[in-house]
Design a protein around this ligand. Structure first.
Ligand SMILES: NC(=O)c1ccc[n+]([C@@H]2O[C@H](COP(=O)([O-])OP(=O)(O)OC[C@H]3O[C@@H](n4cnc5c(N)ncnc54)[C@H](O)[C@@H]3O)[C@@H](O)[C@H]2O)c1
Length: 335
């Protein structure tokens, strides 16, 4: 599936966070659709180290890149020597910057800001020097306590959301200058789909509920789950937005969701239908009451207008195409 007129064959494309969920999907998108594109897949990969919340410091996993034929670099974007090498030894045409501390519950603010904010600016300087269009991952977490999911109404409530707002601010600062490249920040909402499995507990509830159901367990939902709504977006639509962001009508920051909020209860219902298993549902008190987000829904008007983005998958479509992979992972990795 080609999403725009650009021929990426023979282009030099840097993908950071390439062993992670979204980055690896981008690698395979190019490999499959533009086999002569030159993909440089950069990730620091996992090494077993954990943050104080007990989760891995980085989720990059070689299995996300099994079958990938491009160049793989294991490196840390906080390493200035690596940044210098990328600047001097390569000439990129496009940079897709997905590397980040993607875990919203991480408390180490120092490393969060360094990795998500400062390293982004270093990569942006390379993009400007190479005349490479920059596409980077922002997040719906920038909205935090806001009830308006529209660029300009951000109100982050954790260090992660703050770091993504700071990335967007850097973007606006550079866009005021005559830099000769486009920069597009994409505020992904709740993404699900193949290659998210290695995010462990931070993977979407789609795969987590899917595996619970396959184990024969009754999915546990918070009380009132039919009224806890999120904008769940399938990975192929995220790839679509990234590709379309390579030649935007206008640089800037855009929401990427379906534009339609759905409930966690819907996820369980659709999964049980597609898996042809009915384990019922159990309701438990919501321990996060008070600080919990009950509703997110992307306003995608400007994304449609300036990126020509149009979501192709509603929740039913996305889960349906994902279910065989959820089953495969269960057989090969969980059981
Ligand atoms: N998945 C979602 O629902 C979602 C939603 C909003 C925003 N995002 C953003 O999208 C991007 C991709 O997210 P993802 O879901 O693929 O997460 P992910 O954790 O699977 O991917 C991020 C990758 O970055 C790598 N990385 C982390 N620190 C690094 C460093 N210092 N140097 C080099 N590599 C490093 C990790 O190893 C990992 O492979 C992230 O920027 C994330 O914040 C994701």
């Amino acid at each position: 599936m080609q999403y725009n007129e650009i021929n990426f064959n023979n282009k030099n494309i840097l993908i950071t966070g390439a062993a992670g969920f979204i980055g690896s999907n981008l690698c395979f998108y190019f490999q499959e659709n533009y086999p002569d594109s030159n993909i440089i897949a950069l990730d620091c990969f996992r090494n077993g180290e954990t943050f104080s919340n007990g989760n891995l410091k980085s989720f990059g996993h070689f299995k996300n890149l099994l079958g990938f034929k491009g160049q793989v670099i294991s490196g840390n974007i906080n390493d200035k020597t690596l940044i210098k090498e990328l600047e001097e030894n390569y000439t990129f045409d496009y940079i897709f910057h997905q590397a980040a501390i993607s875990d919203t519950t991480v408390q180490e603010q120092d490393l969060m800001i360094q990795t998500n904010v400062n390293a982004y600016e270093d990569l942006l300087k390379i993009a400007i020097k190479h005349k490479a269009n920059m596409i980077y991952a922002s997040s719906a977490a920038t909205y935090g306590n806001s009830d308006r999911f529209e660029v300009g109404f951000e109100d982050p409530n954790n260090a992660y959301g703050f770091s993504k707002v700071m990335m967007d601010n850097i973007t606006y600062k550079y866009l005021k200058k005559d830099i000769g490249i486009s920069i597009v920040g994409l505020k992904y909402f709740n993404v699900y789909g193949p290659r998210e499995f290695y995010k462990n507990k931070t993977a979407s509830m789609v795969i987590q509920f899917g595996h619970q159901i396959l184990k024969g367990l009754t999915p546990k939902l918070f009380e009132g789950s039919d009224k806890i709504l999120r904008d769940f977006i399938y990975i192929d639509d995220i790839v679509q937005a990234n590709i379309k962001a390579t030649n935007p009508k206008k640089s800037g920051v855009y929401n990427v969701g379906t534009g339609k909020a759905r409930s966690f209860e819907d996820i369980v219902d659709i999964l049980q239908k597609e898996l042809k298993i009915d384990n019922g549902k159990e309701y438990i008190p919501n321990p996060y009451l008070g600080s919990y987000q009950f509703f997110t829904e992307a306003n995608i008007d400007t994304t449609k207008e300036n990126l020509d983005y149009k979501p192709n998958f509603d929740l039913e479509d996305g889960i349906k195409v994902y279910v065989p992979e959820i089953r495969r992972l269960f057989e090969e990795e969980v059981k």
